[in-house]
Design a protein around this ligand. Structure first.
Ligand code: ADP
Ligand code: MG
Length: 330
């Protein structure tokens, strides 16, 4: 990057969506007005080149969009409406200005859709790999955030959409790279990996119900996200393989073991997993239907030491946690 100042000028949003935004990019810090009816919700996530993405599986546009999507997914998992974001970039010399512009075009494509304002960030240089961190800010009606610790015995476990598609897509991309040829079906999975859709609208529908709903987003895989709910709530989640299979990738040539692995541990689907009282599931399904969406039951909640089980024609098995651990040594 030749000139940091002209770069920053080039990324100033052309449009401000949020009436609460008072000062965006250009001063020492951003300023936005508070809203006494709301709780503020904030999260941050980082993607590192070579660890979380590679240029041969994602375009710069898709990388930018995906980092924002990951953060928005965390806001959605709290029942929050996304409002603002800030971007920290550590830029190596092999990233061109055009690629950086694409990175921002990717973020902007999602931000415009969600009416989020980019209100600041920081730019530094780094020797080898691009590091991008996004801080996202949203809001939720006071005391109405949807937390992991709200699951109770007798609840239904549900998800908001297909599981395992992103992992299937990632495997195809690893085989053939983003420039490879894909069948129409394969391309749908590749797209799930490259262009995940954070579940903002359905999360807002669930929050609007004002019911007790435990909620988590599926970034690391259904098993580990279910375990987080189990631990936070002090309950057991019993997942049902047939129900999960009915919404997992229908790639005929793939073995049952692989479909189980993808849909349970694949991760990066960015659907939501939640629990709700059995007699309120119908109301939640109706709320989803109002926006043309469905909720899918994938299990139940029962009493016991926090754990996750899966039932299949072979019986019931405890799921040992093998989800991604950032600090695991090889
Ligand atoms: P300061 O030295 O006061 O921190 P900077 O030169 O770092 O100012 O940033 C100037 C303005 O540009 C600030 O509003 C900052 O938030 C914004 N900014 C800097 N880098 C980025 C970036 N990568 N993405 C978005 N906004 C940025
Ligand atoms: Mg600065």
């Amino acid at each position: 990057m030749d000139d940091e100042f002209s770069f920053i000028r080039s990324i100033v949003p052309k449009q401000v969506y949020q009436s609460r935004t008072k000062i965006g990019i250009g001063d020492d810090a951003a300023v936005y007005a508070s809203d006494p009816t709301q709780d503020e919700v904030v999260c941050v996530d980082t993607m590192v080149e070579g660890v979380h993405f590679r240029k041969d599986t994602l375009t710069p546009f898709q990388i930018g969009r995906k980092v924002l999507a990951i953060n928005v997914s965390d806001l959605a998992a709290m029942g929050a409406t996304p409002l603002f974001y800030l971007v920290t970039l550590a830029v190596p010399t092999d990233w061109t200005e055009e690629e950086l512009a694409e990175l921002y075009r990717g973020m902007t494509s999602l931000a415009n859709h969600l009416k989020m304002d980019l209100i600041g960030g920081d730019t530094v240089s780094i020797p080898n790999t691009l590091v991008i961190t996004i801080t996202a800010i949203g809001s939720v009606t006071k005391n109405k955030s949807l937390v992991r610790s709200d699951a109770q015995v007798g609840d239904i476990v549900f998800v908001t959409g297909p599981l395992g598609g992103s992992a299937a897509g990632f495997e195809l991309l690893n085989e053939r790279t983003k420039d490879g040829a894909f069948s129409e079906l394969e391309a749908t999975f590749v797209k799930m990996h490259q262009q995940p859709e954070p579940q903002v609208e359905i999360s807002k529908q669930l929050a609007k119900l004002e019911k007790r709903i435990a909620l988590n987003d599926i970034s690391d895989g259904l098993s580990s996200e279910s375990m987080e709910i189990a631990q936070a709530s002090g309950v057991q989640l019993v997942l049902n393989e047939a129900q999960i299979f009915s919404i997992s990738p229908q790639i005929l040539s793939v073995s049952r073991a692989k479909r189980v692995e993808w849909s349970l541990n694949g991760g990066e689907d960015f659907q939501l997993v939640g629990t709700i009282a059995a007699d309120e599931f119908h109301a939640a399904k109706s709320a989803a239907k109002e926006i043309g969406r469905e909720l899918f039951q994938v299990g139940t909640v029962r009493q016991g030491e926090p754990a996750v089980f899966i039932t299949s024609p072979d019986g019931e098995a405890k799921i040992e946690m093998s989800g991604y651990n950032h600090f695991k040594r090889g």
